[in-house]
Design a protein around this ligand. Structure first.
Ligand code: SF4
Length: 323
């Protein structure tokens, strides 16, 4: 049988029960059987594995694999995580404290010093929707590139005018509205409404991101904790809300050196290396390099982490629960 190779724009991820091909160009995924996956990864000259011919045809037609006997010049893919930012994403739990000039200055300084490209602002109170404008205005001149607003709502029409105002800020990519009164997912312009149950279950497209950067990062790091920072409603500095250790207060940190000292500490980076391939269960999951998972792992030894709480997806049965 002909030998096939995977295009450098795709990656094959093998789970316990099936495999998944991530297509970074089209940002799509395709599940295949383990037999076909093992055939594609085998270097043996003898055909040890029997691929499914229908799957092979499908992969050729999707331009995911090519006949290596016919096309010899293609270079193999190299996946290397490289990010110039000290912190890639910051999450802010918005409260009145972020209307204080000193705190806003601290937020802007942290973004500029640590080269933070993405900011997520979580708003739990309708009234804050109006007030967040001041912070958004100040962010215009900062290093940040993408802003995402997350808000819990029950009546979209009630908050629509305020949301429309927010979305006008050119750095705001979208507003994610958790609304228990929508069935599944509704997208209108840059406002995404999703049922919180579906959002929290993780069985939705928002949990999974197929892109080369996330894939490369996941090979080396935990994609939820690595290079992330969280400012809580008291403007305290944490790595993530799930990791309940405070590393100071935004308004007290004055210099670039102080910010770098905080985020460089071993304690701040404790979970950064807990990559999915070192986590029980996740290591057997075909979603492991597109999944951003906020559960806090427990270290068993140098190369093994465990979770006390189950994921809603089970890679051994291929089933989701609670939806
Ligand atoms: S088991 Fe769940 S958390 Fe782990 S990689 Fe799979 S989907 Fe993500």
């Amino acid at each position: 049988m002909a030998k096939y190779k995977i295009h450098s724009t795709c990656a094959l991820v093998i789970g316990k029960k099936r495999a998944c091909l991530y297509d970074f160009l089209r940002e799509t995924k395709l599940f295949i059987s383990l037999e076909t996956a093992l055939f594609l990864t085998s270097n043996s000259l003898i055909d040890k594995f029997k691929p499914n011919p229908i799957e092979i045809q499908e992969l050729i037609s999707h331009e995911i694999i090519y006949n290596a006997n016919k096309f010899k010049g293609f270079t193999p893919a190299i996946f290397k995580y490289d990010d110039c930012s000290y912190i890639s994403n910051l999450v802010i739990e918005y409260s009145e404290i972020y209307e204080d000039e000193n705190v806003i200055e601290g937020v802007i300084n942290s973004i500029n010093y640590l080269l933070i490209k993405g900011v997520q602002i979580i708003i739990s109170n309708y009234n804050h929707l109006e007030n967040v404008d001041l912070l958004l205005h100040k962010l215009h001149d900062s290093f940040v590139r993408d802003i995402e607003i997350v808000i819990t709502i029950s009546n979209y029409n009630k908050v629509k005018p305020a949301i429309k105002k927010i979305i006008k800020h050119n750095r705001v990519n979208y507003v994610l509205a958790l609304n228990k009164n929508v069935e599944t997912l509704q997208i209108e312009e840059r406002v995404i409404q999703i049922n919180p149950k579906l959002y929290l279950s993780g069985a939705n497209t928002l949990k999974f991101v197929i892109n080369r950067t996330l894939y490369s990062e996941s090979l080396e790091f935990n994609t939820y904790f690595n290079k992330k920072m969280f400012f809580n409603k008291n403007a305290e500095i944490l790595n993530a809300p799930e990791y309940n250790v405070v590393f100071g207060n935004v308004k007290d940190i004055q210099s670039k050196l102080s910010w770098i000292k905080i985020i460089s500490s071993e304690k701040f980076q404790y979970y950064w290396n807990a990559k999915k391939n070192d986590c029980n269960v996740c290591r057997d999951c075909e979603y492991k390099h597109m999944c951003v998972d906020k559960r806090l792992p427990t270290k068993i030894n140098q190369n093994l982490w465990n979770f006390s709480e189950d994921c809603n997806y089970n890679p051994y049965t291929l089933k989701w629960k609670n939806i």
